[in-house]
Design a protein around this ligand. Structure first.
Ligand code: DGL
Length: 267
């Protein structure tokens, strides 16, 4: 038994979609969430900057005595995971491998689309991991940077978002893909719009679900689950207080939690 909390971090509010999947699988666990709302987006930054920010984010979570860390941010998972695992002793879980494996297993026609930030697409991490499962799969990648501000604006059901989705996704649909990995924490917030655009025959993979399952399996196997009669209490920290946190928190977790400001530059 290990009653310490699980740390989850993201470049901002998008990681709350991953947090909701973790809560779904591990409702008795306590979570410390950090969203780097002052420095979002990571998806347009260089590998070095993303890695530097991620190290600070992890140092902050370690100051809260977490027993494991979920790197909710795809831009970090795809660019910096190995370096972070080498640097820190705490078990660290990324979202890319679970998402890639799920997509490779789900695709019937072996044509998979990956949509993500520019940094994630540039890393080629999803493609590499999908091909590790089945090298005969054709992977088609597309950076969709405008999805992030649209999701943050709460425009999930807006004409502009539908047009943007059509413009980004038509290229992938022309390739006859039957599966799309939503390789960015914000995209599940636009899931209905993406689904309407790609149609029922394309399966949308949210890496967060498989990530939560692998975290659960790890904690079970290593006898690290929280056991307590006291209900789990989650804590949320941000590097800048913004309206967006409250809005996305309500959307992703069904309720608006209080967030506390921390100065991430101190870590
Ligand atoms: N959280 C980021 C990701 O999943 C998206 C937002 C950003 O660009 O920082 O890649």
């Amino acid at each position: 038994m290990d009653n310490r909390p699980i740390g989850i971090f993201d470049s901002g509010v998008g990681g709350l979609t991953v947090t909701s999947r973790v809560i779904e699988q591990l409702p008795d666990e306590e979570i410390v969430y950090f969203g780097d709302t002052a420095r979002v987006p990571y998806g347009s930054k260089s590998k070095d900057t993303i890695t530097k920010f991620a190290k600070q984010d992890i140092r902050f979570l370690l100051s809260k005595d977490v027993k494991a860390i979920v790197v909710a941010c795809n831009s970090v998972s795809s660019n910096s995971l190995e370096e972070l695992k080498d640097r820190f002793e705490v078990p660290i879980f990324g979202v890319v491998i679970p998402g890639a494996e799920e997509a490779a297993n789900v695709s019937r026609n072996k044509k998979v689309g990956v949509i993500a930030t520019s940094a994630t697409i540039r890393s080629g991490a999803y493609e590499k991991e999908i091909l590790k499962v089945d090298e005969s799969i054709n992977v088609y990648s597309k950076a969709c940077p405008l999805f992030v501000p649209l999701a943050e604006a709460g425009w999930a059901d807006d004409e502009i978002t539908r047009l943007t989705a059509k413009k980004y996704l038509s290229e992938l649909l022309e390739k006859d893909i039957d599966t799309i990995v939503m390789g960015c924490t914000h995209y599940p917030l636009l899931k209905e719009c993406i689904k309407d655009t790609v149609g029922e025959n394309v399966t949308l993979v949210d890496p967060a679900h498989e990530t939560a399952l692998s975290l659960k399996a790890y904690l079970e196997k290593n006898d690290m689950l929280r056991v307590s009669d006291i209900p789990a209490e989650n804590k949320f920290y941000v590097s800048d207080k913004t309206e967006t946190f409250n809005e996305i928190c309500s959307q992703a977790l069904g309720k608006c939690f209080e967030s506390e400001y921390i100065n991430i530059e101190e870590y």
